[in-house]
Design a protein around this ligand. Structure first.
Ligand code: PMP
Length: 792
């Protein structure tokens, strides 16, 4: 029997690598403690090439420690590490292992062991779930795999690395080399192998040059696919990037599809489901469709030939090596009975109808059936965003993903302030939920720890915090405290304010567009604009007029309630300190200043934790919510202790869910992430960059009358005819919808709905800002009038 060329043998997982001495679990633990600062217990995992350990940390988190074989080329190890890092950036929601940094900041460590070997060590996240080969795969699971494979290929498209060109036996483009191993195949099966290798040489080899090349995973076999333990129709992990190489892109899909060929009368049907899903996300070129069947067959041949060859070299392991071979031969026999032309047609038809099917499925789930179902179940009071509502199924960082796997840049969500589904917050919630979750009528340390940490972010004058579940409840409580402590009933808010859903707050939320009650004790004042030297004075004058009107109607003032960034009024941050004269006027009339920090709070302004800091004021009461639990419903009211002394003497407070231990754990985790990831500073830096980029865009689009805001809270006012012109309300709605269709999420605010409201998670980067501005530019140009203006 002839052997393959040495270069190829060396690249084979087993044959080329000398045995490396085993590393004890205790040594792995010691290494992780010393180099990563993690206390773990380690369990060895089976692996052919490397030494891998599953680690469990004290906090219950699992990791994988990979210690590369000493004979592994460091350039290849580094290729895998860099590919994982690149993918995590390119498609953050793709379920692949994350690479953790060691204490010295490196993603890879070269460590010298006692046996004299130097090995590359990496710490990865452990992706929990069942390997796909242990699961009876459903259509939906195969589709998900197809989508993940397409996203993975898309994510690696522009990945460059010097190690990516290494030569592998398992690279389909070298499949002709398999002929040298054919003696290892039982005589009665050789014809089948030759048949498909002939097909490879006749159909694929001549086409290879014309196929798109890029780095690919190159081993999407079911042993490397992890299925979500809670949902057997979802892929939870793609692992083992050990065969990653630069080759024809379609090879990756052929490999994944080869393992979905069935031993049935319609053997390609399940593979076609995967191909269709791949094609819907990352369309195949005609040249790729033309070779796909040959490549699928070639991969199947490759698997049986290499295992037959290895069984001969390792007779002691023969049964294990050949354990899947009979089934593989049976599947090969099945596809051998298909005519090549018919098989190609079946694949192409499936691909094309799959695109239609996937889009139809997406529409069928989200619109109109889903809308009808929603209306039937939730009733007519709810509103959906966008002319074409979106159905999201997953979120990560600044990205949301719809049912078809398309990513959307979330530039609107201030609830997910530290990024969608931030693992630190998710784990904090899960951990506490698994231990204890009770209310504030029992003693509980978690809520006290949270209160302590939260109060530390306020000026010393604010000494207590009370917990609620929503911003509305917090504001409602603030109204009660203000009424109790002042003896007044009159409140002042702005003309397009929003403060919540309770009956009391609806009156203070004119943006809802409801008529005010005749005998209302609420007075509405115009929002503080335009920004200029006398903004504060003008605003104070309106507030004084409102106070006079109260006096005139024998209403005693209780307080001024304002969102300190005036978000629903249209985003007003400037000039710094403009709220002071109005607050002084209210206090002089016996009322309190309630700062609604539901929108600007938790670092969004990029200057401080709280929006009121920009005004150089210390509020009497502060309400907060939305970002507080990164999506977990937790909100609260912070207050001067003397006010709560009076309120507490006359009133009692209990909230079944507000301030429960799980909410407190979520709140602590959010504060930790804001600090550890430097998100206030990021909001400042990225916000300044975004404002500047939008300013440049303004120079090119007449419709942009003003760009304003602070940190990651930005308003872009659209008007026809400049700042003194008419509000471009319909254009604003069109822009919001056009951006949604281009995969960017924003909304509009202000009395005329003509202020684009941009308020992304605080993990937004300058790259994201660039993408947002680019899409906004495109959308503005796509407006008929704007196109003309730009052409003039
Ligand atoms: N205040 C402001 C300024 C808000 O924007 C909101 C919510 N949009 C609320 C209060 C009410 O918060 P929630 O929806 O949590 O009740």
């Amino acid at each position: 029997m002839s052997n393959p060329s040495p270069a190829i043998v060396a690249a084979h997982p087993i044959e080329g690598l000398r045995a490396a001495s085993a590393i004890a679990e205790a040594l792995a633990q010691k290494l992780v403690a010393e180099r990563y600062g993690l206390s773990v217990t380690a369990h060895r995992l089976n692996s052919e090439r490397d030494q891998n350990f599953r680690l469990r940390a004290r906090d219950g988190r699992d990791y994988v420690l990979k210690i590369a074989n000493p004979a592994e080329d460091p350039a290849v190890t580094n290729l895998q590490t860099e590919a994982l890092l690149h993918l995590a950036e390119a498609d953050p929601a793709l379920p692949i292992p994350r690479v953790f940094t060691a204490a010295n900041g490196a993603h890879e460590l070269a460590i010298r062991f006692d046996d004299g070997s130097t090995r590359v060590v990496r710490l990865l996240s452990f992706l929990a779930g069942a390997p796909m080969h242990t699961i009876e795969a459903s259509t939906l699971l195969r589709r998900d795999l197809g989508q993940c494979a397409a996203r993975l290929a898309r994510g690696l498209r522009d990945f460059r690395h010097p190690g990516a060109k290494h030569r592998l036996l398992w690279d389909l483009q070298h499949a002709a080399e398999l002929r040298r191993l054919i003696d290892a195949v039982p005589v009665n099966r050789r014809r089948l192998v030759e048949h498909f290798l002939d097909g490879f040489e006749a159909n694929v080899l001549p086409a290879l040059k014309g196929l798109s090349k890029q780095p690919v995973h190159n081993d999407l076999n079911p042993h490397n696919i992890v299925v979500d333990p809670g949902n057997s129709e979802r892929i939870a992990g793609i692992i083992d990037f050990g065969d990653l190489t630069c080759t024809a892109r379609v090879n990756d899909l052929a490999i994944a599809a080869a393992y979905q060929v069935a031993d049935s009368d319609d053997p390609l049907a399940p593979a076609c489901e995967l191909i269709a899903a791949y094609h819907a996300v990352s369309p195949l070129e005609p040249a790729e469709f033309a070779v796909l069947f040959d490549l699928i067959a070639t991969r199947m041949v490759m698997t049986v030939v290499v295992s037959s060859w290895r069984a001969i070299r390792h007779p002691e392991n023969r049964d294990y090596i050949l354990r899947n071979n009979d089934a593989a031969w049976a599947r090969l026999n099945r596809i051998a009975r298909l005519s090549r032309g018919q098989a190609m047609q079946q694949i192409e038809r499936a691909g094309n109808s799959g695109t239609r099917q996937m889009s139809a499925d997406d529409r069928a789930i989200s619109t109109p059936d889903m809308i009808a179902r929603r209306n039937r179940l939730l009733g007519p009071a709810y509103r959906l965003f966008y002319d074409e509502p979106v159905h999201f199924v997953r979120g990560e960082g600044v990205w949301l993903y719809d049912a078809a796997g398309h990513p959307y840049l979330d530039a609107y969500n201030n609830v997910a302030c530290v990024g969608h589904c931030h693992p630190h917050v998710v784990q904090a919630i899960a951990r506490q939920a698994a231990v204890l979750n009770t209310h504030t009528r029992y003693l509980d340390e978690t809520v006290l720890d949270y209160a302590e940490k939260l109060l530390a972010t306020f000026p010393a004058e604010i000494g207590h915090v009370m917990f609620t579940c929503t911003g509305s409840e917090a504001n409602d409580l603030a109204l009660r405290v203000a009424r109790t402590c002042t003896g007044g009933t009159g409140f002042i808010a702005t003309k397009t304010a929003y403060h919540g859903v309770t009956s009391a707050l609806v009156e203070l939320s004119p943006s809802l567009g409801l008529p005010a009650a005749k005998d209302s004790h609420v007075r509405l004042v115009p929002a503080p604009r335009p920004a200029g030297e006398d903004t504060g004075e003008i605003f104070a004058r309106h507030v004084r007029d409102a106070l006079d009107d109260m006096t005139h109607n024998e209403i005693r003032p209780a307080g001024l309630l304002v969102d300190t960034i005036f978000s629903s009024d249209g985003v007003f941050a400037d000039p710094v300190g403009f709220l002071r004269p109005a607050v002084e006027a209210v206090r002089a009339a016996g009322g309190l200043f309630i700062a609604d920090e539901v929108q600007p709070g938790f670092g969004r302004t990029g200057e401080a934790m709280w929006g009121f800091a920009r005004h150089g004021l210390i509020p009497d009461l502060v309400t907060m919510g939305k970002p507080m639990g990164n999506g977990h419903p937790v909100a609260g009211m912070a207050a001067r202790p003397d006010l709560l002394a009076e309120f507490g003497a006359r009133s009692r407070y209990f909230n079944t869910f507000g301030g429960n231990a799980v909410s407190a754990a979520a709140g602590i985790a959010v504060l930790e992430v804001i600090a550890s990831e430097g998100l206030i500073e990021n909001a400042r830096r990225t916000g300044a960059y975004l404002l500047e980029s939008l300013g440049q865009l303004q120079a090119r689009h007449e419709l942009i009358a003003e760009v304003r805001g602070v940190g990651l809270f930005v308003g872009v006012e659209l008007k026809r005819g400049g700042i003194a012109g008419t509000p471009a309300t319909s254009e604003s709605a069109a822009i919001v919808n056009m951006l949604r269709l281009r995969g960017v999420l924003i909304s509009a605010a202000g009395p005329h709905g003509n202020v684009l409201k941009i308020r992304p998670p605080l993990v937004f980067t300058t790259d994201h800002a660039d993408l947002l501005v680019e899409k906004l530019d495109q959308a503005l140009l796509a407006l008929p009038q704007a196109g003309l203006a730009a052409a003039r």
